[in-house]
Design a protein around this ligand. Structure first.
Ligand SMILES: C[S@@+](CC[C@H](N)C(=O)[O-])C[C@H]1O[C@@H](n2cnc3c(N)ncnc32)[C@H](O)[C@@H]1O
Length: 467
């Protein structure tokens, strides 16, 4: 939008060649955590560059709209630079900002949100708060989902390196909870010992594709999911016997994913041993989680995020609240004691089953959950007379579907609370909403993913005609 004219101008000024050495001031952080500079108005992305630095860089790639370069020498280093503690930081694509001091990471994440709004909306004087960070921004992740590979008879488990298909061993991952690292390493050893055939993505042969481990921080229960191309595993019993004996493992499931796809999980999940769901607690709420259900990766920060959702919803006890994209019902149940009615929906049947179970578990009788797409169910329910006062949306990275945006603009709600993990789609959706009479009243960024460039936000939009 506003920046488009400038961008066209930059493109017309492309001069760079691969291999060219240039001196470049880094102006800001890009959405993937890279440093961004401008050379004769052309955008240049520099992995590992920090805003405020002055770098000698070598151009490695030239595209129509931008170029990429690598650092040759830091002519002026940032005072916010630090040595990344992780030994595989540069090989692994998981973290992008370990080389930046944490306080600066938080500032840069706020700037990402600011930049997205100024690029895609006309909102003046953005009501943007400081990023809410963690005191100890390590060991925070409750879940890892790692691909497997067999190389020269050795079972490897890890993450693909940035831009490659080489597996990086993550057994000492610093952002993962240590219990998860330990479980995964023990599962890897068991796979090695039992000789379960590992999936080969080139030939689409073999069985086991991924291993997922999720830990409930409050109860310490661990769930392990084996994701397999085949509906059963050879030597399944032997493997079950090994995994069920690992410390804190309370649930073991097999997910069947027979397709050639980059999606990790398939549609069918079968319990191999233990409980179908593990139980997490956030404050006084209990959330039972089955393997296919979404749950935020950072429980400590999730409590802060949900508190902000509650503050934004400003409930008095009389409201009908929609929890769109509800997952296991976590947000709706966080609000339920202050609402007259909660109604949620999600496309994943297991998540909706968890949400219904969780309502019962928390003694909530006035919450109901449905399987389906928010963009289809809400307009249908509106025709049948549903008039929500507050709608909470928490969509995937792609943002809200067009149908849902159309519904929210045609049938405005008093308060729309938008939880987002992608500032660009958030800002684009907010632009649609503000053009139809909503006002952005408050935006709070949360650091749910320290050491990475990801930022979560909670945005409150109000509609004047409904207030
Ligand atoms: C970011 S998660 C949020 C889950 C939940 N609100 C939470 O805080 O844990 C997004 C959820 O949206 C669901 N989903 C994706 N597309 C959807 C759609 N069109 N309608 C409803 N739910 C959808 C996914 O299954 C996932 O559970």
């Amino acid at each position: 939008m506003k920046a488009k004219g400038n961008e066209e101008q930059m493109i017309s000024d492309i001069q760079l060649q691969i291999g060219q050495m240039i001196r470049l001031p880094i102006r800001k952080m890009g959405i993937n955590g890279e440093g961004v500079g401008y050379y004769r108005k052309q955008v240049v992305f520099v992995s590992g560059g920090i805003p405020g630095e002055y770098l000698l860089v070598k151009v490695t790639r030239v595209e129509k709209r931008h170029a990429s370069a690598q650092i040759v020498k830091r002519l002026k280093s940032s005072s916010h630079r630090e040595t990344p503690p992780c030994p595989v930081y540069l090989e692994c694509g998981g973290c992008q900002t370990q080389h930046i001091q944490y306080a600066m990471q938080l500032r840069l994440k706020r700037e990402l949100v600011d930049e997205a709004f100024s690029r895609y909306t006309d909102v003046d004087s953005l009501p943007l708060e400081e990023t809410r960070g963690m005191e100890r921004p390590w060991d925070y992740r409750n879940k890892a989902q790692l691909p497997l590979k067999e190389e020269k008879g050795r079972v490897k488990m890890g993450m693909y390196g940035a831009g490659s298909h080489r597996l990086v061993d993550l057994s000492g991952c610093l952002v993962q909870h240590p219990a998860i690292n330990q479980t995964l390493e023990q599962v890897r050893k068991l796979l090695q010992e039992t000789g379960i055939p590992i999936y080969d993505e080139r030939t689409h042969r073999g069985s086991l594709r991924h291993v997922m481990a999720r830990r409930a921080f409050a109860t310490r229960e661990i769930q392990v999911a084996l994701i397999s191309r085949t509906p059963t595993l050879p030597r399944e019993k032997e493997l079950i016997e090994g995994i069920r004996r690992l410390p804190d493992v309370a649930s073991l499931v097999l997910n069947h994913n027979p397709r050639r796809t980059s999606l990790v999980m398939g549609e069918k999940t079968r319990l191999l041993w233990g409980k179908e769901k593990i139980e997490e607690r956030l404050r006084s709420r209990i959330y039972a989680l089955s393997a296919p259900s979404f749950f935020q990766l950072n429980p400590a920060q999730t409590e802060k995020l949900y508190d902000e959702v509650r503050r934004a919803a400003a409930l008095t006890g009389a409201e009908t609240v929609v929890d769109a994209y509800c997952g296991a019902g976590t947000i709706g149940l966080w609000l339920a004691d202050a609402a007259a009615r909660v109604i949620g929906m999600d496309t994943v049947p297991e998540a909706v089953a968890d949400a219904r179970y969780n309502a019962r578990l928390n003694g909530i009788k006035h919450a109901e959950y449905h399987v389906g797409k928010a963009e289809e169910l809400l307009p249908r329910w509106a025709e049948e007379g549903l008039k929500p006062d507050v709608v909470v949306v928490d969509p995937p990275r792609t943002g809200m579907d067009e149908g849902l945006l159309r519904y929210l603009t045609k049938k405005p709600v008093k308060r729309l609370v938008y939880v987002s993990c992608n500032p660009s789609t958030l800002a684009k959706d907010c632009n649609r909403l503000t053009r139809s009479g909503y006002r952005v009243e408050r935006i709070v960024p949360f650091d749910l993913f320290p050491q990475t460039a990801h930022v979560e936000t909670c945005t409150l939009l109000v509609h004047d005609s409904r207030n």
